[in-house]
Design a protein around this ligand. Sequence first.
Ligand code: 5GP
Ligand code: MN
Length: 352
Amino acid sequence: MNFNISISDIIAKNEVQQAMHLINTSHRIVITSHLSPDGDAIGSSLALYHFLKNRGKDVRVIVPNAFPSFLKWMDGADDIKIYEYHPKGGQYELYSADLIFSVDYNTPKRVGDMAYALEKSRAKKILVDHHPQPGNIFDVTISYPEISSTAELLFRLLLQTGKYDEITQPMADCIYCGMMTDTGGFTFNSSNPETYAIISLLLRKGVNKDKIFSKVFHNHNADRFRMLGFMLSQRMEIFPEQHAALVYLSKQDQAQFAISKGDTEGFVNYPLSIKGIIFSTFIREDDGLIKLSFRSQKSFACNEFAAEFFNGGGHLNASGGEFYGTMEETIAIFSAGLKQYETKLKAAINEL
Ligand code: 5GP
Ligand code: MN
């Protein structure tokens, strides 16, 4: 029996060739990623940053706003520019670039205030992403929603261009971090055997997977846990008819705890541990807006729900949205939405 697991060339040959051509003919390259950058956004951006820098390019990574401290261990994280803090500097970089990478997001809307300069820049643009429905501003669109993380897609791109030898240990760490965070530590959206063939290749580069897991998932302060406990006991509603759960935190709730940005990451996942719940929503009151996170199981398309009621989107089983109004209004729209989607929720529970 032959146990070789090969890694398929899923990225179209012309996309690989065009991307390499643009890299080879560009010098100033800007890598951008989405608002509230997560492990996949930062991991993919930094892996690409190292790859391009090592090839002698003049590279910048710019993200719209700050990212959580549990991602700051990655090599190059200190070089990342936060657009919100220096918009003029960010605009200058975008306008003077030869090439811009859009990593882990599908449309300009996902980079907030950076969208205008991104769209107006005359630089060539390459998308490397795994969200459905990519926008049309790109010269090369490498969009594969069936791949669970952009980091994995980037690894595949490097592999397909014959650049495995150029992957260094810091790059491998960044790629592994992106793959790990977008799959909840390989607990969902991670059943493709090839994902583990890729991990095997990353481990050969010296990735310390247990250390990365600890740095990301065991790096919280005690108040974050106290707030989680408060939320689960005081701010959780179960909708048994719709197999759904809601957890929420107002600004006042959050003010009782010494927390910082990114500390509520992962809160949305907890209600999915409850028997019979296949749709979980977390609502957080932010400055001037309400942010929503959705997670679902099986065929229930939480990105469709996010798009219909909360101007959002994302993946089939992990999506987000926003709302301008009060917490009460948000919950009312959410509850009405659940009733509207009851048939689809009931269909999905039968697949478990
Ligand atoms: P999270 O709940 O972790 O913030 O986001 C989950 C997924 O939904 C991510 O893939 C993210 O890109 C997407 N997402 C989060 N918020 C929004 C939003 O406001 N609009 C859109 N289109 N996607 C979002
Ligand atoms: Mn991602």
